[in-house]
Design a protein around this ligand. Sequence first.
Ligand code: HEC
Length: 198
Amino acid sequence: MRLQAITAKPVKQYKSYCFTGQTDPNIFRRLILIKDVKKYFAYNFNRRPISTSKEPNMQQVFTKAMARNIFLGGSVFFLAIYLALTYDTWQQIPLRDHADKMTPAVLSGKYLFDTNNCVGCHTLNGEGAYFAPELGNVYKRRGPEFIKAWIQSQPTGVPGRRQMPNFHFDQKELNDLVAYMEWLSHIDTNNWPPNIQG
Ligand code: HEC
């Protein structure tokens, strides 16, 4: 059947062959349809870019200029919000960190904290290493005497517990570290961490 369809020659030009070798009875309707489709595409391809039709089309509704304006306008708008928030943050920081209340003892404690790399194991308000407890709120959790006694009595040597080295601080250095931790505990962090254990 199939072979016959392929090898058979069309009798006349307007006749097409289906696989049965019979003339397709719908041939004229199909030819008309193809002609219409061709006309339709030719019409659409030849149309001028801006349609004169009354129906709104895509080009009338959303132009390139509009897309550009939305992009540029949106960028400027969100850049302005970003700058405003940055400005606001810089206004808030001095009110929240009360850096003006840093006494010489607090500064000395901060210096000891930084130069002994306490943050290599601990976090301060979430920043640092997660090996040892949060120290931003340790003053509220433990109080000054515990902190001093703790630092002096390291390492605990308790099996199975993480160990902290002994730094051999003298009394003044211990008091300075405690002053720093007290100052840290008054930073307004929006009540972070959410519980006293940090
Ligand atoms: C090598 C890591 C390491 C370093 C460095 C380190 N610590 Fe610790 N620290 C620990 C560990 C571990 C614990 C908790 C041990 C435990 O619970 O048994 C701890 C606990 C503490 C505590 C008690 C916390 C609490 O909630 O009870 C304080 C206070 C403390 N460290 C202060 C410091 C200070 C100040 C420094 C810097 C001078 C420092 N640490 C440096 C590992 C370290």
